[in-house]
Design a protein around this ligand. Structure first.
Ligand code: IPM
Ligand code: MG
Length: 360
């Protein structure tokens, strides 16, 4: 097949990890007879430096015209980078929120899988890990407090700030449908996470999710409060299959989920809309402290490229092959410094990418 991929290298380690993902994609193209073309798009800090804003209209339109987007990471050091002296809507992260909203990428899938080779890197006790765990966080990505009205003002001589968290039933229904569909291809369990003992949005969330559940009688639905979920994720992560939740809860829980798998450097993500279009990025950030030092783990980005093949291009065989290649390389004892305990052959970003590409 032929596919056009918008590539957003971004900032920090972004360019290095994207390079390795492209290396692997090119090997897949060669072995399976596909043609991938790449369209470079600027976003984040590099776009601020070039155009004075984190995402230009042109960049958004270029991305939209492609079949999928592969993203490295955006942002810099909040304490030292001049980007963070700018007003919030001109900072790197505004580019990320802009592309999510602009391309209607409302469904964010963040798998949390413990690779058996990474057992040593997992902070949980052996008795909790058991046979390992494998769940996916389905996070609503274009609504809630991230996109609600907000303002900062002075009232009665006091500085005050307000953020609002709106959700309508349509927004809840469409993400719930995604969660049930994903569950059908897995262990058929959805745990919907909310704060229904306090928030109106959560009470509506629970109602609508229960309505959607009626169309999926083969999938088991449970509800859990978000504070309890944060606890259960470290107490017994094996209990989860699909964790469905709203935007901010999903942001927080997906970081926790990634940590219990041993390293955030291993976790991919997909941000999807209604059709086959999607944006694929590692779950980690731009790690400016190790940028340009051939130290970053490219695996999360390589696995994100595999998700792109599976969800946007329907190339499941090829996606499986990339995942197997990653697993084999770990099995042989190769590791990057973030997963040091997992193997005895410490390699850099470039070599890790090459080793994985060679296995395809
Ligand atoms: C994430 C990130 C973003 C978010 C930030 C960078 C705006 O933490 O993708 O999880 O909060 O969504
Ligand atoms: Mg986050």
């Amino acid at each position: 097949m032929e596919a056009k991929i918008a590539v957003i290298q971004g900032d920090g380690i972004g360019p290095e990890i994207i390079k390795e993902a492209k290396k692997v994609l090119e090997k897949v193209a060669k072995v399976y007879g596909h043609t991938f073309s790449y369209e470079e798009v600027l976003m984040g800090g590099i776009s601020i430096d070039t155009y004075g804003e984190p995402l230009t209209k042109e960049a958004l339109e270029t991305a939209r015209a492609c079949d999928a987007v592969l993203l490295g990471a955006v942002g810099g050091d909040v304490n030292t980078s001049p980007w963070y002296q700018l007003p919030p809507h001109l900072r790197p992260e505004a580019g990320l929120l802009g592309i999510r909203k602009g391309l209607n990428l409302y469904c964010n899938l963040r798998p949390a899988v413990l690779f058996k080779q990474l057992r040593e890197a997992c902070p949980l006790k052996d008795s909790i890990i058991g046979e390992g765990f494998d769940f996916v966080v389905v996070r609503e990505l274009t609504g809630g407090v991230y996109f609600g009205e907000r303002r900062t003002f002075v009232e009665n001589g006091l500085r005050k700030a307000v953020d609002t968290m709106p959700y309508d039933e349509k927004e809840i229904r469409r993400i719930a449908e995604w969660a049930f569909k994903v569950a059908r291809k897995r262990r058929k369990k959805v745990c919907s996470v909310d704060k229904a003992n306090v928030l109106d949005t959560s009470r509506l969330w629970r109602q609508v999710v229960s309505e959607v559940a009626k169309d999926y009688p083969d999938v088991e639905l449970t509800n859990m409060l978000v504070d309890n979920c944060a606890m259960q994720m470290v107490k017994d992560p094996k209990q989860f299959d699909v964790v469905l939740t709203e935007n901010m809860f999903g942001d927080i829980l997906s970081d926790e989920a990634s940590m219990v798998t041993g390293s955030i450097g291993m976790l991919s993500s997909a941000s999807l809309s209604d059709g086959s279009f999607g944006l694929y990025e590692p779950s980690h950030g731009s790690a400016p402290d190790i940028a340009g030092r051939d130290m970053a783990n490219p695996i999360a980005t390589i696995l994100s490229a595999a998700m792109m093949l599976r969800y946007s291009f329907d190339l499941c065989k090829e996606a499986d092959r990339i995942e197997q290649a990653v697993s084999q390389v770990l099995e042989e004892g190769y590791c990057t410094c973030d997963i040091k305990g997992a193997g005895d052959k410490l390699v850099g970003t470039r070599q890790m990418g090459s080793l994985i590409a060679e296995k395809i």
